[in-house]
Design a protein around this ligand. Structure first.
Ligand SMILES: [Zn+2]
Length: 299
């Protein structure tokens, strides 16, 4: 092999070995007015950031929220993009608190509201990523989803952006002029830390890179800092891919046989191996893990 070909081969190979991809998936389309930005302004900013970055995401919508007039108006705008509009139940009740019958009706009720949008696709994401607290409930729902033509809208990288958002809003309510940058910094380091954690699970359990789906929420934090988040990933050498592309990864067909079922798919697959138990906490992500650190920073 001549030297140039060898160098090219090395460059290609090392790129393949380290190529990391992440798609953005956004839950809980809720257009509440917050300090700094109204519901409509938040949505405009999020869509504008995504368009500027040429990033197509999956938006997991709660049916009852979608029925509100402003939400319907804004979903019509989403419907003119290449984003995916997907099902996140009608009432947002978590499956570990209600029976199969009621939960499956809740999914169909959301579909009634959302299926009028052309961008609606049958991806389903469980509320709070709780996929069933008994084996029966878990399996009944998996069968139901397949029969209804749904695919799992699994999360690979779970995090607590919603908690950072809640703390930011609480601060801004006390002091509308509060500096938001420390919240941005905390948010970015938190997402990067959780990304490395879940990517490490992928390497341990699957032995390969996966097309990640990051879970974040439609909220003030992301209206303000989504662009910074995308830039952070790119700065670390990651590629932002579309949610449509990410969902082609075989990991989204997998069904870990664990109880309680749910959390990140990578958490579930790790749990299923019965190994690496020392790496897993339950729930996988929650405010309890962030509270002390944010308290210490005075956030
Ligand atoms: Zn949700």
């Amino acid at each position: 092999m001549c030297k140039i070909a060898y160098v090219l081969f090395l460059a290609l190979f090392s790129n393949m070995a380290t190529a990391q991809n992440v798609a953005i998936t956004m839950d809980d389309f809720r257009l509440t007015d917050d300090p700094l930005l109204s519901g409509k302004e938040k949505d405009e900013r999020i869509l504008k950031t995504l368009a500027k970055n040429k990033v197509d995401i999956a938006l997991f919508v709660i049916g009852s929220e979608a029925e509100k007039p402003l939400s319907a108006q804004r979903l019509a705008v989403w419907n003119r993009t290449n984003h995916i509009i997907a099902n996140h139940t009608y009432s947002h009740a978590p499956y570990n608190r209600i029976a199969f019958q009621k939960f499956s009706e809740d999914i169909l009720n959301a579909e009634t509201v959302l299926s009028k949008y052309q961008r609606f696709q049958k991806y389903f994401r469980f509320t709070m990523l709780k996929e069933g607290d008994t084996q029966d409930k878990r399996d009944q729902l998996r069968t139901f989803l397949k029969r209804q033509g749904y695919k799992q809208g699994y999360v690979t990288i779970d995090a607590s952006d919603w908690y950072v958002n809640a703390r930011l809003i609480a601060r801004l309510k006390l002091n509308p002029n509060a500096d938001t940058k420390p919240y941005r910094d905390y948010y970015l380091q938190h997402i990067w830390e959780r990304t490395q954690f879940y990517d490490n699970l992928a390497q341990k359990v699957l032995g390969r890179n996966v097309k990640h789906t990051l879970l974040i929420h439609h909220n003030l934090l992301n209206a303000l800092f989504l662009n910074d988040l995308l830039e952070m990933f790119r700065g670390k050498g990651w590629t932002i891919i579309s949610a449509r592309d990410a969902f082609t990864d075989p990991i989204f067909q997998m069904e870990p046989k664990i109880v309680p079922a749910g959390e990140s798919i990578l958490w579930g697959l790790t749990k299923e191996t019965g190994r690496f138990e020392n790496l897993l906490r339950y729930p996988a992500e929650d405010e309890i893990y962030e509270k002390d650190a944010m308290d210490k920073l005075g956030l």
